[in-house]
Design a protein around this ligand. Structure first.
Ligand SMILES: [Zn+2]
Length: 260
């Protein structure tokens, strides 16, 4: 990420290049989902959040786990990371020799019965066969998309009542926050208790606001992946005959994500 940031020409506030530790701090900073800490107290910013709290939380989870899941960086060839060995389940790696790319089992679990290697050309024809199996033609695609749109209409009615419910809960949180200030002014709770409760309320509110945004943005977001999937399956028709790898790879990744 640091490399990418430098490539974009972004700098720190003093005009110096961004370093790793700055990026690490940035990724831990809650200001991007709308709250900030000052004197140990949590405040809600008046700025529109750049990211949702949900995204922030998943980034934190990745950061917390990054030591455990540290992987050796390998050169990424077209289809590595998408396949496992049929015989032993190990990852498949690739290497370039004499201008050709060869795929083979990493054999990390010990001896393996697989053939030594597979040339990318041979792999491609297997991939093409697999992709052809899920091809959806134009009329079928249109029929399915239309049905999804009908479902979308039905569900958007339901989701509008759902979002109203969340809006109500958000205003409850606002009222609670306001009440908390009065309780604190009346000295019914300690400073410590106040900051603790405020942080909790603000975070819960941000979770709800994120949910609301998701509902409002996608309307019926549940159908979006299905639509995307149908469109992708339809597009594979043209993808299969092309020599370019990237559309095939995108499709395989998409299929892997959807099926998991
Ligand atoms: Zn193997």
């Amino acid at each position: 990420m640091v490399e990418e940031i430098r490539r974009w020409g972004l700098t720190g506030s003093m005009g110096k290049p961004v370093c790793k530790s700055q990026l690490a701090r940035l990724l831990r900073n809650p200001i991007y989902y709308g709250v900030f800490k000052f004197n140990n107290e949590m405040y809600e910013g008046s700025h529109p959040p750049l990211i949702s709290k949900k995204l922030f939380d998943s980034v934190q989870a990745v950061l917390d786990n990054r030591h455990r899941n540290h992987k050796k960086t390998e050169i990424k060839y077209g289809f590595t990371g998408l396949m496992r060995c049929e015989y032993c389940g190990c990852a498949i790696t690739a290497e370039k020799q004499k201008g050709h790319i060869y795929y083979r089992c990493t054999k990390k679990k010990g001896p393996c019965l697989s053939k030594k290697f597979l040339r990318e050309e041979a792999l491609l024809s297997q991939v093409n066969e697999a992709i052809k199996k899920v091809y959806i033609d134009d009329p079928t695609k249109d029929k399915m998309i239309n049905r999804f749109d009908e479902l979308f209409q039905e569900e958007s009615k339901a989701s509008s009542s759902l979002s109203q419910g969340i809006k109500n809960r958000i205003s409850e949180f606002n009222a609670k926050l306001e009440r908390l200030v009065y309780i604190f002014i009346d000295r019914q709770i300690t400073q410590e208790e106040y900051t603790k409760r405020k942080a909790k309320l603000l975070n819960d509110k941000k979770d709800l606001e994120g949910k609301l945004k998701e509902i409002e943005k996608s309307g019926s977001g549940r159908l979006e992946p299905a639509k995307q999937f149908v469109t992708t399956c339809n597009r594979t028709g043209s993808v299969t005959w092309q020599e370019i790898l990237s559309p095939k790879k995108i499709f395989l990744k998409f299929a892997a994500r959807t099926s998991s």
